[in-house]
Design a protein around this ligand. Structure first.
Ligand code: TXA
Ligand code: MG
Length: 333
């Protein structure tokens, strides 16, 4: 039996950052905050280190990782950037945008699940970037949660899920955005495809590229060599059954049992013991995104037998991202 590490939380002091960067440079795993969610990082060019990510998460090898870099030059070392990628990078990096591009030879197969493409992003979180700089490695990092469960937005979330499987967690407070990056497939720059909605909107990218961006059709969980296994129908899932509605009506409030939790988008006028919400102000989707995963975890850890959640109205980028995560969380097993 291998020894089970008990995760330690590290405050972001210069000394701890140096220590954690050394862990990464030596092939270890470190969970650390990004502006979207917490990631479970390893040296992206070290196949053995990256295999350990899959083991810790219980993630199937068919689900490729995102490689995080600290500069365009470093992105050039792992991916082949076309003009479209450079345009988007110039505008949206550092930030919550991941680009899928042809990969360079140095990126191990385990990172890309054997695909000839690689997903790359330059995050804006200063602590995460400092780990990349200090370790000298591009960092492969999926969300730091057991495969299929709700993504982590705090160090405590990471410890709850992976505390027995990893040794090091950098505590940088709660992740600002709260939902994962937008993923754009740019392998063919003439036909960009949105693989996952996030804070960077499809419209904004389409404007920059001067092209239409199509949306990838959901792929079913049985898909093999999937183009973006993160598009698995069921993902981000609480254990408690979750049903989605466009609007929580007074009739639903009356008919729901007291052991049913009601998750409103916006705080309702009347608040009961089973009333929860994602934001205070109307259409504050940044707040809703920031709160979403924490709220789902809290409800999942409560004694609720069922969760009814409201979808976000409109077509704001974060509203679409919130709805995407809610739909996957609610998808049947
Ligand atoms: O915001 C984020 O993107 C966070 C933080 C930590 O950066 N990371 C994240 O990673 O959400 P993960 O592993 O949970 O989701 C990455 C998604 C996966 O669904 C995977 O299928 C997709 O990226 N992906 C990775 N490489 C790909 C490739 N070569 N082609 C298509 N999709 C790819
Ligand atoms: Mg994930």
């Amino acid at each position: 039996m291998s020894t089970t590490p008990a995760a330690r939380l590290y405050r972001p002091t210069p000394r701890n950052l140096a220590l954690l960067a050394r862990v990464l440079a030596e092939g270890g795993l470190v969970a650390a905050p990004t502006e979207t969610v917490y990631g479970l990082a390893a040296d992206a060019l070290n196949a053995k280190a990256c295999r350990a990510i899959f083991r810790a998460k219980g993630r199937p090898a068919s689900d490729p990782l995102i490689v995080h870099v600290d500069s365009i030059e470093q992105a050039d070392e792992v991916a082949v950037l076309n003009d479209a990628a450079r345009k988007l990078a110039k505008l949206f990096w550092p930030g919550p945008l991941t680009l899928v591009l042809p990969k360079r030879a140095g990126v191990p197969d385990i990172v890309t699940s054997g695909l000839p493409s690689v997903a790359v992003r330059l995050p804006s979180h200063q602590l995460f970037r400092e780990l990349i700089r200090r370790s000298g490695c591009p960092l492969a990092a999926p969300s730091a949660n057991p495969f299929g469960y709700v993504s982590p937005t705090t160090a405590a979330h990471v410890r709850d899920g992976l505390g027995k499987r990893i040794g090091h967690i950098l505590d940088g407070g709660s992740a600002k955005i709260g939902v994962e990056s937008t993923i754009l497939d740019l392998r063919d720059p003439r036909h960009p495809v949105l693989l996952r909605p996030g804070a960077v909107s499809r419209e904004a990218m389409a404007r920059v590229l001067g092209r239409k961006i199509t949306i990838h059709r959901r792929i079913v969980p049985t898909a093999t060599a999937a183009i973006a296994p993160g598009l698995l129908e069921r993902h981000y899932s609480p254990r408690t059954p979750l049903t989605l509605v466009d609007k929580i009506t007074p009739a639903l409030v009356r008919s729901a049992g007291s052991n049913h939790a009601l998750l409103f988008m916006q705080k309702p006028a009347q608040v009961n013991a089973n009333t929860f919400w994602l934001c205070e102000a109307p259409n504050a989707f940044d707040q809703a995104a920031h709160n979403l995963f924490d709220r789902l975890r809290t409800l999942d850890n409560g004694a609720w037998s069922h969760i009814h959640a409201e979808l976000a109205p409109g077509s704001d980028a974060l509203a679409l991202a919130v709805n995407d995560r809610l739909r996957r969380a609610a998808a049947k097993r």
